[in-house]
Design a protein. Structure first.
Length: 42
């Protein structure tokens, strides 16, 4: 044991994938809300 984690690449990829999914969902929801707000004010 030298204190180095080996074989954890799947967790890193899963973490990044989950982060991008959440950020993309937030961006899409923002886009939809902005479009709706512009329709209401027009």
């Amino acid at each position: 044991m030298t204190g180095v984690i080996q074989g954890g690449q799947e967790f890193v990829v899963a973490g990044y994938a989950l982060t991008w999914i959440v950020l993309a969902g937030y961006a899409i929801s923002l886009f939809i809300r902005i479009k709706q707000c512009k329709k209401e004010s027009a």
